[in-house]
Write a protein that binds this ligand. Sequence first.
Ligand code: NAP
Length: 438
Amino acid sequence: MTITFVCTGNTCRSPMAEAVARRLVDVHGLREHGNRVVVRSAGVAALPGSPASLGARRATAAADLRLDAHRSLRLTERLIAESDVIACMGRGHAAVALEMEGGAKVRLLRDEEGRELEVADPFGGRQEEYDRTFRELEVRVGGLLAGLFTEGFARPGKGASYVVLGNPVAHSLSPAIHNAAFRRAGRRAVYWARPTRSAECGTVLRAVALAGGGGNVTVPLKEEAVASLEIASRAVAATGACNTFWAEDGVVHGDNTDVEGFLGTWRGALEGLRLPAAPDVLVVGAGGAARAVLYALLNFGLAKRIDLWNRTSGRAQRLVEHFARVTPPDRLSGHRLRAVDSWEGAAPDVVVNATSVGIDGEGLPLDLHGLASPPRVLIDLVYGKETTPLVRKALALGISARDGREMLVRQAEASYRCWFGEDPPAGVMSAALPQTRH
Ligand code: NAP
């Protein structure tokens, strides 16, 4: 498969796209099973041999990608004929590629909502403009590559297919960590991200599982995936959410390994700190992730008092009522789970952020100064390329804090155990995560 990125002079946008794609091809498992992948870039008006622009070199270098060796290619009919996908930065480039008989190979890159949009041209602008274009490209190139299995360009091969189903999924880190573990363990399997609509979730999930593979489910499909299972774990039944699926003897199973992911993170976060055996906890957020957190806290006897606060208070109240119904009485006794109208003045030992606030690198779900006293531990389920704002704030206040990366790895390790009945190779998944910038 040959993918050609096309812009005008081939000195900034398409070389940046090429650099991103070279890295993501392996992350998305596109080279597994003998798939041959060639990535290159060309310009409709390129001066052949021109180096990448300085702005493009700097923007990519900040992400550890190198464009030093880049030399422009001019778009020709021959390049078009040799390509399977011609991804254009603008409509003008697409028009030229169509004139050169590019036909159905020609496309504009899509944004996170799936809209075909032009990629902003930073040429001659300030460095921030190059950086912005680079970030745009990371999302759109990721989306393009994530879709290539679905479109039939890459073959899952004879090995088993593992997928993450959700929307959007182009930026999921799951392909990177699972493909790294599959490779190290010598498994004939590939893991890829499949953008999936709600209406097709059940069909795809069952088809992949019954073909001998499995996978994960992410936002917004975790709840509806439950209906496609024949055997749901206790965690799935109690949380109403499934994030991992596979089949055994023709029967589709599902689990919610976010619970195990949180449990491992909790134990690691509290280890070595002199805290009560069952501390007081404030959980912020009442979505799907909060369900996994509450299930773990209640069923493993981790907390004495659990206060649940959510922006939409009715949702927190409903969650409390839900857990009062589904938690066995012996597990519920000794805890006090209640929905609270405010976190101000509370004095929890541990704060858990289960909202999505901070996912874009901005915003705080609560003001730690508003608590009666700082908690000892903060667990933020959110993670990103940089330390989350809440973790930064907590660390500045001397609170022991960690973001959601550890939970991500631990839930992935637990998924691997569901699929293969053994631990993944030690340390491989964490090592495959991109470094966090501080
Ligand atoms: P979700 O079901 O969509 O719930 C989102 C939660 O965030 C709701 O409680 C929502 O409150 C709250 N929220 C959103 N925007 C807010 C704002 N501006 N101010 C205050 N509250 C806001 O999502 P989810 O599945 O629970 O996921 C939540 C987060 O956990 C995501 O960032 C996800 O990536 C992360 N997560 C991480 C892992 C991991 O392995 N590290 C695993 C699972 C989830 P309302 O009810 O008021 O809308």
